[in-house]
Ligand binder design. Structure first.
Ligand SMILES: [Zn+2]
Length: 209
């Protein structure tokens, strides 16, 4: 029986690399894979999953209105799909996670989802929430904080080097960057940012190293 997998992590844990490696393993055995990525992620060329170590592959794009089940079933009837891989799966909607469950259960195609568990404010993304609830297998891809502890939080840091702790979950086209840190260093950084905002301590960039 096929299964639904959720590979989750903080930023920069090598999710895309892991996805591309899995896809390659199928292709090497002559099996077809279908790769999706979120339309929101335009860091690289549209319709590609690219990893920081230089690998990349073509991908179909999904937005909140995409019917995942319909596309996968259509592709599968044209040519047998052996595995579906989804990058940036935190952006899936509840309905899309339901559609992926349908693909696994009724078409017997494994679906491997890769994404972030929580946003910069420590809240679950919708896609991650339902994948955590419904996936058959939960696999954590680990990355480390600068202190060496496991990083399980993502800080959004502004161009001034100060962490951002309010605002929209997805900041399209912003020039902030995201840093994976442990829970303690996340709390410390947010605390400092709040003190800077009220003027208790002077405003200056926080260094994460
Ligand atoms: Zn730390």
């Amino acid at each position: 029986m096929a299964q639904l997998y959720f590979y989750y992590s903080a930023m920069n844990a090598g999710k895309s690399t892991s996805l591309l490696q899995s896809s390659y393993n199928y292709n090497e055995r002559g099996m077809q894979t279908l790769i999706f990525t979120a339309e929101i992620d335009n860091r690289f060329a549209l319709g590609r999953v690219s990893s920081r170590i230089g690998l990349s592959a073509e991908a179909l794009l999904f937005s909140p209105s995409t019917n995942m089940a319909e596309i996968i079933k259509r592709e599968n009837s044209a040519q047998k799909v052996h595995c579906v891989l989804i990058d940036e799966c935190q952006f899936l909607t509840k309905e899309q996670v339901e559609q992926l469950c349908d693909i696994v259960d009724n078409c017997d195609i494994p679906v491997l989802c890769y994404g972030l568990r929580t946003d910069f404010a420590g809240e679950l993304f919708a896609g991650s929430q339902y994948l955590l609830a419904w996936a058959d297998k939960l696999v954590e891809l680990k990355t480390v904080c600068y202190c060496g502890r496991k990083a399980n939080k993502v800080l959004r840091v502004g161009s001034d080097g100060i962490p951002v702790y309010e605002g929209a979950q997805v900041d399209i086209g912003g020039n902030e960057k995201y840093i994976s840190v442990c829970r303690k260093h996340y709390s410390d950084a947010i605390e400092q940012a709040k003190l800077m905002k009220v003027g208790t301590i002077p405003k200056k960039a926080i260094h994460f190293n």
